[in-house]
Structures are given as structure tokens and as C-alpha cells.
Design a protein around this ligand. Structure first.
Ligand code: DGL
Length: 285
């Protein structure tokens, strides 16, 4: 008798990339450069951005709602390409929510992969971390960098005006110069020997040309996009079972909780190419 063979084709779906707004596109851009064959579904919670000034519970609930949305679209793996959400929501999502709602899926953040390498950039062993109020107050970078580089002194600086400037396309001009210089000066007064500045917010790379103008040449400015992309390459290599569940047709889709028209108007500055998004209805609970 001839054997009966069943052929199971595994259901695959895009990798989800989440940010409160446009900032995560600076991370997606680098991820696509290193891993072009995978499919990606980007979700920006533009309707509720910025997250930076919001309290812990609110950021947790908003982030979880967006994670559920991306799970609803099938994503087996989600990257929180947002430091504020990684600082305030990731641990609870991984430890409390995932075991109940999706034990076989994974959500990763951007703080740990950055903390694992940032000390390597500094000779003086003095690193400055520029982030939102939420990221700074969480002290996540102090804790995480301390684990990998206990000899590094970390000085944090909250830059509450930078995300609103970037989200509104104010990337140059007197107002932007004023607020960029203000926070850099405050940081350099606290830590004059700092030789490495981490842009610990995925929106900040768009301000890098202005940031550079107000810094001595010897200070390095580090963006996270490439660091996070390399860490994803490594994660997928170490987890072939997850890599197999991620679809690979080179597609990118963009969803926003805000206006798709506004998103398309701003997104190319962050992503580096034209973007066509659709409006996402995220369930509130
Ligand atoms: N892009 C987010 C981050 O990396 C912050 C933006 C916000 O405040 O919503 O922290």
C-alpha cells in the first residue's frame, strides 16, 4: 500500500515593527537594509503620539493594544522600535501579557541590544543618553548599561521638546537650534568628559545634523537603527524556528492609527523612500 503523505505548509506572516509615531521608521530603514527579503508591517500610533510624557500605565496599555493589533495581523515577532515603549511596557508585555495572549509569539525591544554594545564606543567611559522624559525616568539605560559595562558612567538627559519638533517636521531653524543646544548644554555641564552620546529615541536621528553642529568634533553620536538591525539578524540566526514563521517576499506595509495622508506626507523623511499607509483601527480595552 502506498504511504499517505501530508504536506503542511507553515503559515507565515510579516515581522511587526511598532513605534508611537514615525521614529521607528529610522529603525525599520536599517532593518530592511540588512534583512531585505523579510516582510514587515509597521504600525505607528500617531493618533496618541508622543508617548514620552505619559505615565507608565498609559504607555503599557497603548503599547499592548498596538501589539495585539499586530498579532491580529498575524505577526509572529514584533520589535518595539520605540525606547519609551521598550522602557515602560516591554517587560510587562513579555512577562504578564504574552503567556496569556500569545505564548508562541515574541516581542523584543531596542534598549537591551543598544546597552550590550554602547560601552564599546567610549574611550573616556563616560556615555550620555538622550531620551524622552519616560525613558529617562525609567532609568532603564542606567540599569541595562550597568549590567554590560559596569565601568561606564552614564549621564541621562531628557529632551522633551525634540519629539514634538520632529513629529511636526521642524528639523531646522532657530527654534530647533535653541532646543537642541539647550539639552546638549545641560548634559555637557553634568558630564563634561562624555565622549559618546546615544540618541536613545528613534525620532532623534532626524535631528543629528543639528545635534552635530553644537557638539565638539571628538564626541561620537550614536543612533540605534543599525545596532537594532544587527541584533535582529543575530536573533533570527539563533532562532531558526522563528525565522521560518516570518514571511519573505520583500513586502513592506505601513499602518497608522492617525491620518494615512499625514503619515504618507511625513514618513519618507524617516524611512528614506515614499510610503503608502492605511489607517489602522486599534481596539481599546
Ligand atoms: N520614538 C520614541 C522613542 O524611541 C518616542 C516618541 C514618543 O515620545 O512618543 O522613545
Amino acid at each position: 500500500m502506498r504511504g499517505v503523505f501530508f504536506s503542511f505548509k507553515m503559515k507565515t506572516a510579516p515581522i511587526g515593527i511598532f513605534d508611537s509615531g514615525y521614529g521607528g521608521l529610522t529603525v525599520l530603514r536599517e532593518i530592511v537594509t540588512l534583512l531585505p527579503s523579510y516582510d514587515y508591517l509597521y504600525l505607528g500610533d500617531n493618533a496618541r503620539s508622543p508617548y514620552g510624557p505619559r505615565d507608565f500605565d498609559t504607555i503599557y496599555h497603548y503599547t499592548l493594544e498596538c501589539v495585539q493589533y499586530l498579532f491580529g495581523q498575524g505577526c509572529p515577532l514584533i520589535i518595539l522600535a520605540c525606547n519609551t515603549a521598550s522602557a515602560k511596557a516591554l517587560r510587562n508585555i513579555q512577562q504578564l501579557a504574552l503567556p496569556k495572549i500569545a505564548p508562541d509569539r515574541r516581542v523584543l525591544g531596542v534598549i537591551r541590544p543598544t546597552a550590550e554594545v554602547i560601552g564599546n564606543f567610549s574611550k573616556t567611559k563616560k556615555v550620555g543618553v538622550l531620551g524622552t522624559v519616560g525613558t529617562v525616568r525609567s532609568e532603564s539605560y542606567l540599569m541595562e548599561i550597568g549590567k554590560f559595562f559596569p565601568e561606564v558612567e552614564v549621564t541621562q538627559q531628557a529632551c522633551p521638546m525634540w519629539v514634538p519638533l520632529v513629529e511636526n517636521g521642524e528639523l531646522a531653524g532657530a527654534g530647533t537650534d535653541f532646543f537642541v543646544k539647550k539639552y546638549l548644554d545641560e548634559l555637557l555641564v553634568k558630564s563634561p568628559d562624555v565622549d559618546t552620546l546615544l540618541l536613545a529615541c528613534t525620532h532623534y536621528p532626524l535631528l543629528e545634523p543639528v545635534i552635530r553642529q553644537f557638539l565638539p568634533k571628538e564626541i561620537k553620536v550614536i543612533s540605534q537603527g543599525e545596532i537594532v538591525a544587527k541584533s535582529l539578524v543575530d536573533y533570527l540566526r539563533r532562532h531558526p524556528e522563528m525565522a521560518e514563521r516570518c514571511s519573505k517576499n520583500g513586502h513592506r506595509a505601513f499602518h497608522t492609527t492617525g491620518s494615512a495622508e499625514d503619515f504618507d506626507g511625513h514618513a519618507s523623511a524617516f524611512f528614506g523612500e515614499e510610503v503608502k499607509s492605511i489607517h489602522a483601527v486599534v481596539a481599546h480595552f
